[in-house]
Design a binder for this molecule. Structure first.
Ligand code: GLC
Length: 540
């Protein structure tokens, strides 16, 4: 099944290629849950530095760190109180600098998260705004009003206006601990460009831009009517937001090497989405269309077609993402009867068939790695970790869960600390026996890096083989469908690389090929079984 060359023989990733980001493999590192170096039960920079060899061996080109800054962690760090310091539980700035250098020495770049829509309510600007009082200039960096002018609904449910002691109200599209910034204020623009420079000066290769479409609000803060035309929504995807990213692009382009802007842009319209990727704006953005589709041939084919078509005119590569720290783990989602993803549909007690989901996730791993563009891997997906659905109530942290009055299970279940070795929690996550900040299941011994590295049939072995092969197979960005059966996604890439995914319910013949390279499941009598992908080289 696994005929890939040993990873050790794979060429080292180039750190000088200015177009590295177009086809890069980027590992999303959720630092709280990656590895704990100091034994307090929370992942940290020391833990990452101790496991860089693991990431090198996996074969990734870059790491994207979810926020590592000082933060009260009201929303897992997406409530930043100081962009220029590291959360003390994760380490210190000097360690982050060392990590950036050490990773780069291994050919791995670092991308960090910036959260421009809002700050923490413990950020010095918000404290100053509260102290300065009604009508003061300090309040103009936020959206303070005497009376809420609308009934906007928070992205985490509930209201978006919170009253302070002197009677004024402030806007927050997420939790009250995340006051929205006023992007019409010059300080807000200047500060964020300075933050970009602060980190680019420290060698980061790019930024992931949180909630990137939300920054600009209609100055009058009108009600959402649902009838708005493109660009007219009062708080999402307003045309003026693009000016911000043009300025950011100018900052990025003023640095040597390519410093990339990666957008978190949830946008159903593919053209409005790729507007963010015009030549003088962001480099890439997460392809959530593909990520949220059900495991069905026609759906995935349509997504691939529409996303490639939307990207072509702006010259940006697509990205391929199966999951992240906000959504249901891939093996769990693909094992559900409804294998699409929607935040609003998350419920406790939705059954899943993990064996089926894992088979599909393996097939999806090869499918997404074969498509032209960059590939994102959320930590733990390379181990096939399932969503942890039975976390004790007392352990849950996610405001999405609490603000839904407990109806939405929230996102804690995809954020459980990684199992590294051994047979009992904390499975080598911590050097001590300290239990991690979120408890790990007692049946995760099979998912440890140690166990999976020793098993050629594991998810980890599949990912290692696929990423090593992908590096050697990456040619140009060309893409051609072979065949039109809606249940068989078969395509050729530049350089004669062919990928075929069987989404039908019967085994299929492989297309004619020169060489069989790798598959996500064993062939059965020479045929590719359902829910499997094979990689081949085309016949000359
Ligand atoms: C993004 C992040 C998510 C966070 C939210 C608010 O969607 O991915 O984790 O809660 O923004 O910052």
């Amino acid at each position: 099944m696994d005929l890939a060359p040993a990873t050790a023989d794979a060429p080292a990733p180039s750190t000088t290629d200015p177009l590295w980001w177009r086809s890069a493999v980027i590992y999303q590192l959720y630092i709280r849950s990656f590895a704990d170096g100091d034994g307090d039960g929370t992942g940290d920079l020391a833990g990452v530095r101790a496991h860089l060899d693991y990431l090198k061996q996996l074969g990734v080109d870059a790491l994207w760190f979810t926020p590592w800054y000082a933060s009260p962690l009201a929303d897992g760090g997406y409530d930043v109180s100081d962009y220029r310091s590291i959360h003390p539980a994760f380490g210190e700035l000097a360690e982050a600098e060392a990590l950036i250098r050490e990773a780069l020495a291994l050919g791995i770049r670092t991308i960090i998260d910036v959260v421009p829509n809002h700050v923490s309510n413990e950020h010095e600007w918000f404290a100053a705004a509260l102290a300065a009082g009604r009508g003061s200039p300090g309040r103009e960096r936020f959206w303070f009003v005497d009376t809420p002018p609308n009934n906007w609904v928070s992205n985490f449910q509930g209201g978006t206006w919170t009253q302070v002691d002197d009677g004024q109200w402030y806007l927050h599209l997420f939790t009250p601990e995340q006051p929205d910034l006023n992007w019409n204020h010059p300080d807000v623009r200047r500060e964020h460009e300075d933050v970009l420079r602060f980190w680019f000066d420290r060698g980061v290769a790019g930024v992931r831009i949180d909630s990137a479409a939300l920054l600009v609000k209609h100055p009058a803060l009108p009600e959402v009517t649902g009838q708005e035309g493109p660009g007219e929504h009062p708080n999402t995807d307003r045309d003026e937001v693009h000016d911000i990213y043009r300025s950011w692009r100018a900052v990025a382009d003023s640095y040597p090497g390519t410093r990339v802007l990666v957008g978190e842009v949830w946008m159903p319209d593919p053209v409005r989405f790729t507007n963010y990727l015009r030549a003088d704006e962001m480099h890439t953005a997460f392809n959530f269309d593909f990520m949220t589709r059900p495991w069905r041939g026609s759906e995935l084919r349509e997504s691939i077609d529409s996303m490639l078509a939307a990207h072509a005119p702006v010259g940006a590569p697509s990205t391929w993402v199966l999951s992240n720290h906000d959504v249901t783990r891939t093996v769990t989602r693909y094992g559900r009867e409804d294998s699409s993803f929607a935040f609003a549909a998350k419920r406790f007690g939705t059954p899943t068939d993990l064996e089926l989901g894992t088979r599909r996730a393996r097939a999806a791993a090869l499918l997404s790695a074969a498509l032209p563009g960059s590939l994102y891997i959320y930590q733990g997906d390379e181990l096939g970790l399932p969503e942890v659905e039975d976390l004790p109530h007392s352990a849950r942290q996610d405001p999405m869960h609490f603000r839904s009055n407990g109806v939405d299970p929230g996102r804690d279940g995809c954020r459980v600390p990684l199992p590294w070795a051994g047979t009992l929690p904390p499975y080598g996550f911590s050097p001590s026996t300290e239990q991690p900040w979120l408890p790990q299941p007692t049946d995760w011994a099979l998912y440890t890096v140690e166990a999976e590295a020793a098993d050629p049939a594991s998810m980890l072995s599949l990912y290692r083989s696929a990423l090593a092969l992908r590096r050697t197979l990456q040619g140009d960005e060309s893409f051609t469908w072979l065949g039109s059966d809606p249940d068989v996604l078969c395509f050729a890439r530049g350089g004669g690389f062919v990928s075929v995914t069987n989404l039908s319910d019967r085994p299929i013949d492989l297309p004619e090929h020169e060489e069989f390279l790798l598959s996500s499941a064993d062939l059965v009598a020479g045929q590719l079984p359902p829910d499997a992908t094979a990689w081949l080289t085309a016949q000359h």
